[in-house]
Ligand binder design. Structure first.
Ligand code: SF4
Length: 356
């Protein structure tokens, strides 16, 4: 391995590199989870330090995280936060994501978030209690989230509702508005909730048959539409995108490949088996860059740079009209954004060729 940045080909050094180790996984098994339902990791703090050491020679600025599923799920979340920062050049403030599982069990957690400067956090609902528990994959998830609204506000942290909708739960959307009103959140000028369909990969790909159509979107309650448009700063029609049939018409006329889905600074996910994936879609074999223990960081990063995995090669080389003809449905009224539809096509294509 090269000893320092000066001994390396400058084009092989990343200006910014973020590496996320799935040290503990997640207490939930959400039906919409784009990361899929892989086993929870069981890593030590030395494993995180070792991971940082492997990537450090290849980055001018390195940032490591101890999670890419539920942040702060582990009981030693404070120590992990400190360790992440000591191993990282970049110091991203705490995300507006929290562990509701941890918050419901640890009275020190919300004050700790406040102390880090967190002013808003996201709570994810799918409707009322029964539906939210079923979609979160855990009995009690809904009650836990509702029980956190008051303590969060008391500590100056404003909850924001994220809502995933499909044809099965769309009639539950009024429950979200009622919850916001019942808890007084709807009266807070800064309160926001937003609704979307999510991407169509990972566990969420199984919900393709019940993906929303333009008719369904018309049934969303008005307050939820207004909150969504205010939060995402675009009309609700753009949030949900175009029908699959419309995308098919456009894509079948396009003989260019998708191109690179690796935009912006590099972000890598390291799963419970040390397999490494780019932050594009669900961590699955067709996207796998290598195994950090077996192949090493240099090989993993070369494959990232050269986009050398079956799925990344398809993005680079395969004409999009061929991809659409092979995997799309020209009669489908299901709604997609362009990016979500392209990744859905790639995932369908590679699965059909046994890369999964
Ligand atoms: S969506 Fe988030 S909270 Fe739900 S299972 Fe996936 S990582 Fe966990």
């Amino acid at each position: 391995m090269p000893e320092n940045l000066n001994s390396m080909n400058p084009s092989h050094v990343f200006d910014r590199l973020t590496v996320c180790l799935d040290m503990a996984g997640c207490p939930n098994r959400c039906l919409h989870c784009w990361l899929g339902h892989g086993p929870n990791g069981r890593f030590s703090t030395e494993d995180l330090a070792w991971t940082a050491r492997q990537f450090r020679p290849f980055a001018r600025s390195l940032e490591v995280f101890s999670w890419y599923r539920e942040p702060d799920f582990r009981a030693d979340y404070r120590a992990l936060w400190e360790l992440e920062r000591s191993l990282s050049d970049g110091k991203t403030p705490h995300f507006e994501l929290m562990s509701t599982w941890r918050a419901a069990r640890d009275a020190d957690y919300i004050p700790w978030l406040k102390g880090l400067g967190v002013r808003a956090v996201q709570l994810t609902f799918f409707g009322g209690r029964v539906v939210t528990d079923r979609y979160t994959g855990r009995i009690g998830a809904y009650d836990e989230m509702v029980s956190l609204i008051e303590p969060l506000r008391r500590h100056g942290i404003l909850p924001r509702f994220q809502v995933f909708v499909n044809r099965e739960n769309i009639d539950q959307m009024g429950e979200i508005v009622q919850l916001a009103r019942r808890t007084g959140l709807a009266d807070e000028p800064a309160f926001r909730a937003f609704v979307h369909a999510g991407s169509c990969d990972g566990a969420n790909e199984a919900l393709y048959p019940i993906r929303v159509t333009p008719e369904d979107v018309q049934r969303l309650p008005e307050p939820l539409v207004l909150w969504t448009e205010e939060h995402l700063k675009r009309p609700i029609s753009e949030v949900f995108g175009r029908t699959e049939a419309e995308w098919m018409k456009r894509l079948l006329d396009d003989s260019r490949p998708i191109g690179s889905p690796l935009e912006g600074p590099a972000v890598l996910y390291v799963d419970a088996d040390w397999d490494v994936y780019p932050n594009v879609t669900a961590p699955r074999p067709a996207w796998r860059l290598g195994n950090l223990r077996a192949d090493g960081a240099q090989t993993v990063l070369r494959r990232y740079r050269e986009q050398d995995t079956p799925a990344l090669r398809i993005c680079r080389e395969m004409p999009v009209n061929q991809l659409a003809a092979a995997c799309g449905d020209a009669n489908s009224q299901r709604l997609f954004t362009r990016g979500d539809f392209l990744i859905y096509l790639v995932n369908r294509y590679v699965r059909g060729r046994n890369f999964y």
